[in-house]
Design a binder for this molecule. Sequence first.
Ligand code: DC
Length: 218
Amino acid sequence: MKYKIAIDGPSGAGKSAIARELADRLGYEYIDTGALYRTIAYIALERGIGDAVESVLEACDQEEIDYRNGGVLLNGKPLGDAIRTEAISQKTSELSKHPEVRDYLLHLQRRLAEGGGIVMEGRDIGTVILPGAEVKFFLTASEEERARRRWLQRKEQGEAVDLETIKEDIHRRDIRDKTREVAPLRQAEDAIVIDSTDLTEEDVLDAMVAQVEKTYVL
Ligand code: DC
């Protein structure tokens, strides 16, 4: 049987890399739901639409949003890193607090998970999107460590960024993601919490694979 595996947690906890690798190890498909939210923000910014959520979603209706091979296709073309800028991160965080936006993506996310064999990563996968997922992880790390990782990542990409600024961004986003009224970031009751502050990626993956294998046997 092919499972549905949910990985939730705050930004910068290493969810994307871990989810992608876990999917690889299990021969599952990786679904990055943050990329779907980012696509909505991308469309809003591209079209210069302000904060009117209805107009943003109307604009989205005129485009074809799909997800294949670990990434978003917008009108059939991979979006790639165009959705990874800081401006898009902030816009996404603002837009994703609206129930209309979450509802807009709910059906697409469930459709992508149909039939199982997926590792879906986000904020409310275990609680709202796939409450019946066979295995749920909540991956976290200290704010300090998450900021440091993001800073390293940016530096490796050749961006000159200031660690303090990143810390502030992460802190701001955390508060917004946790305190929003709709689908705030919280762990599902049956989620297994993994704090990766002092763990390597390999350690986290081994723990996850062991958990999945244990569930298979049960
Ligand atoms: O995981 P990420 O950094 O790409 O997510 C970008 C933003 O989208 C972040 O502010 C939280 C939001 N998001 C969400 O609200 N629900 C999800 N399932 C995934 C992302």
